[in-house]
Design a protein around this ligand. Structure first.
Ligand code: ADP
Ligand code: MG
Length: 729
């Protein structure tokens, strides 16, 4: 192993940037491998083009004969792009993407062959998905699941394969994937937001959710990564002493991108262009070897598909450049972790961003309505938001004294805080004409059209308003954005329905209030009742946690605790009312996630035990033997006075023995706790056991291993060290 580390280092140091070709303009490359409108026009008949477009824009059904003609056109297009196979591409609850490739190829009776792709093959498939997680759904209901084409996310060719985005559901209709509930939440929010948007503009007929994600990640040379069983098996380093230099100099952030990395990024971006992923920004992040990539925002369903696809593409392109991509939220202790900021907003079919202030008082009232309703929804459902971003790996960020914290709060900046303070003073009941004029001129009218440039920069809040969108920053870098987006859509949809009911109530016959008065009245109450969630300070640290507790905000530090609100009556009612998920689907998801948590900790425990016992201890003993031989030699030379010469060596010999003993003891005890946890039937009980009984050993075992790293001869240390992983470029 020790030899492997040095071989890997040599290999890494010899590497040059991989050559890439970047001759064509990006605008020419963009969407070349996507079955977009341009490709549809070229390869479909006029009728099927119209039919497909209606399915995409208005959600109209695609009948058999239409599917038949679309599939024929799609096949011809895909073959012209070099595809030989097709697959239904979906996002099961494993957190990655699934595909099963079938060839277009089919034999004919006369012994020859042809390319075939029928309408039914396009529309529906039955993947043998019995090993994909289903949280018991397919055991209790129907053994089979099927995938169904989602025409709202365009098919694309990736390598030799035509990929058709699909939903994945059980035969009884329960969602077995991330996309299905997301699509349902999108339509719930569309309906609720359109109804409210009509207060301000009668012409609005549709509201879409927009998402712009920002993906953070680390890059490590693949040779170095392969010397670390922990990185390979669990995605993070389970041990390793901090380097002398970390990120304290802040010299990496926005610094120049190392050339090997730059070529990787350019190559990746080229591929993204072909696949129609509109990536735009690339830069270094805070930690050494940490980077970020962000696209132009898109409709949420497409944006989610693009993020899942991107993560896959990143892995593949990295192979070519001899990198391993680390998506884990906390690959290195003591070094900044990675997140995936989800920038979220609402856009109307009339081209207006509902979270963007504007030139007219009307536009600003619209803005305030959606702005305040979102804050209120977030406050009412902060526990559910926390639940939706919980995972074993994200626990290392949330609640681990790193921003964002485990307490959910909203940051809006001082300007908007002032506006809300003013609105809180609005008269109860009908407003006088003077008050209305005053409000319109000096409060609503004064919201700067573009807050974008002067919004206070706050980087630690889990949910920040950044000028024309909310930014959910607590999402983990490994996460599929669909789940947090589904929840955000759902809670805002419910809130807007509630809002409409209240406003209409005030406008109604007996209350006789004017529309504007009614809106101001309801908003005033919302501001008052949700001000506890607003926090403008640095969203982490002890002081804030104490304050948050006083305010009654939740603070779940670990996943097993944090997940519970997912199956609360409140959550079941919320998703049920909006037809996003039924109780079975909700409980199945919870079960998958809670089991996933235990599995992650189990794997980490096994890997850590293995490394500690089979790599670290033998190395420590080897070095101890060298020291013992040295002491024996000194004794031979100096006789009884040898201790004067051998004192330090003997101290180290003893220290090594102590650490070895501790490691052995703790690994032994950890295994015992694992055994106990493993026989637990109840998945929640098991997760708590893994969290509270097994995981605590990790830090202690690591402590002793890291101490040994400082004692043992560098020449024989088997694991590539932090400084090598983080600073070799
Ligand atoms: P940062 O947070 O790193 O400072 P920006 O504030 O510039 O970056 O925004 C980052 C992300 O916000 C981008 O992915 C961008 O596409 C997205 N974004 C901008 N406007 C919207 C919007 N209306 N809806 C959703 N996302 C948006
Ligand atoms: Mg951001």
């Amino acid at each position: 192993m020790a030899i492997l580390r040095f071989d890997a280092l040599k290999e890494t140091l010899r590497r040059a940037p991989v050559k890439i070709k970047e001759k064509e303009r990006r605008s020419d490359l963009f969407g070349r491998n996507v079955f977009n409108q341009k490709a549809m026009r070229q390869h479909l008949t006029k009728d099927s083009f119209e039919g497909l477009k209606n399915a995409i824009d208005k959600g109209e059904k695609i009948d058999r004969s239409l599917a038949e003609s679309i599939s024929a056109g799609m096949k011809e297009w895909a073959i012209s792009k070099g595809a030989t196979h097709y697959t239904h591409w979906f996002q099961p609850l494993t957190g990655s993407t699934a595909e099963k490739h079938d060839a277009f190829f089919e034999t004919v009776d006369d012994g020859s062959a042809m390319e075939k792709f029928s309408g039914s093959q396009l529309v529906q498939q039955e993947p043998d998905a019995s090993s994909l997680p289903n949280g018991g759904i397919r055991n209790t209901f129907e053994a089979r699941g099927y995938t169904a084409w989602d025409p709202s996310s365009p098919a694309f060719v990736w390598g030799p394969t035509l990929c058709i985005p699909t939903i994945f559901v059980s035969y009884t209709g329960e969602a077995l994937d991330y996309k299905t509930p997301l699509l349902r939440s999108v339509s719930a929010l569309d309906k609720a937001a359109t109804d409210v948007a009509k207060y301000f503009d009668k012409k609005v007929n549709k509201v879409i959710t927009t998402l712009g994600w920002e993906q953070e990640y680390f890059l490590v040379d693949s040779a170095l990564a392969s010397t670390r069983p922990d990185l390979m098996m669990s995605g993070r380093t389970l041990l390793g002493h901090s380097p002398a230099k970390g990120q304290q100099l802040d010299d990496h952030y926005f610094g120049s991108i190392p050339s090997r990395v730059l070529n990787y990024m350019r190559d990746l971006e080229r591929e993204c262009m072909l696949l129609g992923i509109p990536v735009k920004t690339r830069h270094n992040e805070v930690a050494p070897n940490q980077f970020e990539l962000a696209p132009i925002f898109e409709e949420v369903n497409l944006a989610v598909d693009h993020n899942s696809l991107l993560m896959h593409v990143m892995d593949k392109i990295a192979e070519r450049h001899h990198f391993k991509v680390l998506f884990h939220e906390k690959p290195f202790q003591g070094v900044n972790g990675s997140g995936k900021h989800n920038n979220w907003s609402l856009a109307t079919d009339t081209g207006s961003n509902l979270l963007s202030p504007g030139k007219t008082p009307m536009k600003n009232m619209q803005f305030l309505t959606f702005f305040i309703n979102t804050i209120k929804a977030f406050y009412e459902n902060e526990e559910l938001i926390r639940a939706t971003i919980a995972s074993a790996s994200n626990d290392h960020r949330l609640g681990a004294n790193e921003a964002p914290p485990a307490v959910m709060s909203v940051f809006i900046g001082s300007q908007l805080t002032k506006v809300l303070d003013e609105l809180e003073k609005v008269t109860n009941g009908k407003l006088s004409p003077e008050e209305k004029t005053e409000l319109k001129l000096n409060v609503v009218g004064k919201i700067p059209e573009i807050l974008l440039d002067n919004t206070d920069r706050n980087r630690t809040s889990p949910f920040a308003f950044t000028g024309n969108k909310f930014e959910l920053r607590a999402v983990g870098s490994t996460a599929n954005c669909a789940d947090p987006m589904t929840v955000l859509n759902a809670i805002v949809a419910k809130q807007l329905i509630e809002f409409k009911k209240e406003v209409d109530g005030l406008i109604s016959k007996d209350k006789k209030m004017k529309k504007d008065d009614a809106i101001f009245n309801v908003l005033r109450e919302y501001i008052k009742s949700s001000n506890k969630i607003r926090f403008e300070g640095d969203g982490y640290g002890d002081a804030w946690e104490k304050e948050a507790e006083k305010r009654g905000l939740s603070n779940y530090r670990t996943t097993p605790e944090a997940l519970k609100p997912k199956i609360s009556k409140k959550a079941i009612d919320l998703f049920g009312e909006l037809n996003i998920m039924n109780e079975t689907e909700i409980k199945a998801r919870y079960e998958i996630e809670i089991e996933d948590y235990s599995k992650h900790i189990q794997i980490e425990g096994r890997v850590l035990g293995d490394i500690a016992r089979n790599h670290i201890i033998p190395t420590a003993i080897k070095y101890q033997n060298v020291l013992i031989k040295n002491v024996k030699g000194l004794k031979e030379i100096y006789g009884t006075n040898f201790k004067d010469q051998a004192k330090q060596q003997m101290n180290i010999i003893e220290a090594i023995s102590n650490h070895i003993e501790k490691i052995n003891e703790e690994v032994e005890q950890m295994i015992e706790e694992r055994k106990k946890a493993n026989v637990m039937e109840d998945p929640t009980e098991k997760a708590f056991a893994y969290c509270n009984k097994v995981k605590p050993y990790f830090d202690d075992i690591r402590y002793h291993c890291d101490k040994l790293e400082l004692l043992v001869d560098n020449e024989i240390w088997p694991l590539t060290k932090y400084r090598e992983l983080l600073f070799t470029k």
